[in-house]
Design a protein around this ligand. Sequence first.
Ligand code: ADP
Ligand code: MG
Length: 282
Amino acid sequence: VQVYGRQSQEALDGAVEAAMDRARELEQIFSLNIDSSEINYVNQNAAKAPVHVSDDFYTVLERSLYFARLTEGAFDPTLGKLIRLWGIGTDDARVPEPEEIAPLTGRCDYEHVLLDEQAHTVFFENDGFSLDFGAIAKGYAADEMKELLQEDYHIDSALLNLGGNIITIGNRPDGKPWTLGIADPSSPQPEEDPAVTLQVTDLTFVTSGDYQRYYEAPDGTRYHHILDGSTGYPADSGLSSVTIITQCSMDADALSTASFVLGQEKAQKLLQSINGVEAVFI
Ligand code: ADP
Ligand code: MG
């Protein structure tokens, strides 16, 4: 988190600390790696009875279900069990047997998550799935950190890099637009070696790619971490990365993952139907 302004050093440090605190608060809600997180509680209980959830949780789940329907499941927040089965990015990563994958494939469980806006509850209509917000929560965190910096700390120039999710506030401190690079996946150091650079003001850049998190099987085959719920296997749409450039980082996060699964042709069609969204496909 880099913030710039005429405020005192102390005030700017306080702003950064507050943004980081907000991120830690959201981690306690959305992390599957924290036993006591809200998402773990919901996953363990929502098939038994409706579970009351926090505003943050409700907001992200509602938007996730919206994008699941819009993309016909290319982005699907109910792939938790399939994602855990593969375990890509964890020490337990492996290539599951077809018999293990089959029951978790082609399910469209996002149609079976019931939200009650009045009661602020979530209910799962069956217990065959769990939620995973890995493809959207970071975007939401970026939006929330930006809003907090602007509203509560009057920051009008900042750069937040959450790893694959970048969000900017205003311009650089010298008044010029920010220059952001999109990694070259074919380079040995993709992040240091941009394929494209772009000038942006007040926008977010979110990339989904196959080159950061993957599991290399003993036979040398690479399996990356974005799964296609219709096949049960890592998406194989001919793309190496998709970067979405727009204003809302949560939307960009969901759309980058969905676009990666859909492939360039279908993704382009989808993105053209949404206002204010640009994309770079590699
Ligand atoms: P990153 O996590 O590298 O920023 P993404 O935003 O594309 O990249 O999210 C990938 C993560 O989202 C995976 O690690 C997994 O937790 C989850 N995920 C994998 N496939 C899907 C999918 N088709 N729809 C929704 N979430 C997914
Ligand atoms: Mg994403």
